[in-house]
Write a protein that binds this ligand. Structure first.
Ligand SMILES: Cc1cc2nc3c(=O)[nH]c(=O)nc-3n(C[C@H](O)[C@H](O)[C@H](O)COP(=O)(O)OP(=O)(O)OC[C@H]3O[C@@H](n4cnc5c(N)ncnc54)[C@H](O)[C@@H]3O)c2cc1C
Length: 446
């Protein structure tokens, strides 16, 4: 494989050119949209669904506009690609579950939950398996870097790569686990203050029927106008007007829940133009990338137990993490993150599956990949309404998250994972921001 290093901008430009075609040619949907609700919500991901439920509970009228052909945004359980297996293409772990509003929803509806720590059980560097001592060293290094980062974060922002040089094999594995596999950016793109601000991820739960299915249940009762992208938002006069191909919705307020990738694309036109501070905030909180390479196996387990976490590290930042056989499914789900994930996405599905297959061959023997029955690759950057996995503040720009959240003209509110403070990047965080924005609107409307 040829891993030239295209810039993120180049990759997105290339992906965007092809990605918009099918959406542009969609026929208008037949239903007519109510034109004068109290609130118009843009996007039906976890944040939009949560905002809608909060408004409904307060007796406010609303319209939810969704560009895509399904509700849920980045919460998407796929039951078709691997029949009999619920594969989460987006969010899978209910993180910070002691504070996550989706855990009670999952419990209430009888979903099958599995507590899952995020400690690495086995690590390979090239063909060599780390000893227990080396694996322990990775754990200690993580604590050391987190603590050192925290001290610096109190004084300044910057890139986590400034905190400590990464030289040894153990340091490389630590940086991979903390950077690309968690925050979805490499250490040099990871903001010191952004990392420091994040809540602890554990306790984490996995859901046998899929986290996306939990979000679908949560949003089941919310009416959504699908295939109805917001094209223009006018907020200069009375109320807010949102133009779509199916007509214009006039409301007293709007809640915008698009990813920063979707906002950066410029698809939505603003009148008046966005103020400079809002434009900068959107561009300083870019999308990071975590991509999944699920491998359906013929039953071979390579000696690994269900829910084992393994990291296959090698020189050159081409690393892959697998969660093995979750819920006894005959599947290993590979994860690649950061620059390498953008590179693989630019190359496409075959390159990603080839990479995952050769990683298995490297550590489990040259015929290991023969056990792969079917494989896939999630390519969220190719979805023009998402364009990445989740947000990561650019080093030096952590404060932009607060500006991103600030309303416009006291009637255009913003919600979504990028605005979730310590729960940024997560589904639960997005749900909390949707409710928060809706409550701010309710207060405003009286
Ligand atoms: C690979 C991957 C793994 C992840 N893993 C986890 C995990 O394990 N745990 C976790 O908690 N989180 C995880 N996440 C993150 C989680 O999925 C997101 O934080 C969450 O879905 C964000 O919700 P949101 O409502 O802010 O945005 P979204 O889910 O992106 O919803 C926004 C909606 O707006 C729509 N939209 C965009 N533009 C327009 C427009 N012009 N008009 C109308 N609609 C528009 C989009 O189609 C989308 O439906 C993961 C994400 C990915 C991609």
């Amino acid at each position: 494989m040829n891993f030239r290093n295209p810039s993120r901008r180049e990759i997105l430009a290339g992906l965007g050119a092809t990605a918009f075609t099918p959406f542009a040619s969609r026929l208008a949907v037949a239903q007519s949209i109510p034109t004068n609700p109290d609130v118009v919500i843009i996007g039906s991901g976890p944040a939009g669904l949560s905002a809608a439920r909060t408004l409904a509970a307060a007796g406010k009228t609303f319209v939810v506009l969704e560009a895509d052909d399904r509700k849920g945004g980045r919460a998407h359980t796929d039951t078709e690609t691997f029949p009999g297996i619920a594969f989460d293409r987006g969010c899978a772990w209910i993180h910070s579950a002691d504070r996550n509003p989706m855990l009670p929803v999952a419990k209430q509806h009888g979903f099958t939950l599995q507590l899952h720590d995020d400690a690495l059980d086995h690590i390979w560097y090239g063909r060599e398996k780390f000893t227990d001592k080396q694996t322990q060293r990775v754990k200690h290094l993580t604590e050391e870097i987190v603590n050192a980062n925290s001290k610096v974060a109190k004084k300044r922002d910057g890139a986590v790569s400034e905190i400590r040089p990464i030289r040894t094999k153990e340091e490389q594995a630590t940086a991979t686990a903390m950077g690309p596999m968690d925050m979805a950016v490499d250490f040099n793109d990871l903001s010191i203050q952004d990392y420091d601000d994040q809540a602890e991820l554990p306790p984490n739960y996995l859901v046998k029927e899929g986290f996306g299915a939990v979000v679908a249940k949560f949003g089941e009762s919310v009416p959504v106008f699908l295939k109805t992208p917001a094209k223009k938002i006018s907020y200069g006069g009375q109320g807010v007007q949102v133009e779509t191909d199916q007509g214009t919705v006039s409301a007293k307020a709007a809640i915008v829940t698009c990813s920063t990738g979707a906002l950066q694309s410029g698809y939505i036109k603003w009148d008046p133009l966005l103020p400079e501070w809002k434009e900068s905030a959107i561009h300083n909180i870019p999308m990071a990338l975590l991509a999944k390479i699920p491998l359906l196996l013929d039953g071979e387990r390579f000696g690994l137990k269900p829910f084992d976490d393994i990291l296959l590290e090698q020189p050159g930042k081409q690393d892959i993490y697998f969660i093995c056989h979750p819920f006894e499914f005959p599947m290993m789900i590979g994860f690649v993150g950061g620059d390498f994930a953008w590179n693989l996405t630019a190359q496409g599905r075959k390159a990603a599956v080839d990479f995952a297959s050769s990683a298995l061959n490297r550590v489990f023997g040259s015929s290991a990949s023969k056990h792969i029955v079917k494989a896939d690759f999630t390519q969220w950057p190719r979805n023009p309404w998402i364009r990445g996995a989740y947000s990561a503040a650019a080093p030096g720009h952590f404060s932009a998250r607060a500006m991103l959240k600030r309303p416009l003209a006291e009637k255009v509110f913003f919600a979504g994972e990028a605005m979730a403070g310590p729960f940024a990047q997560t589904c639960g965080g997005a749900v909390l921001t949707g409710a928060e924005a809706a409550n701010a609107v309710i207060k405003k409307l009286g």
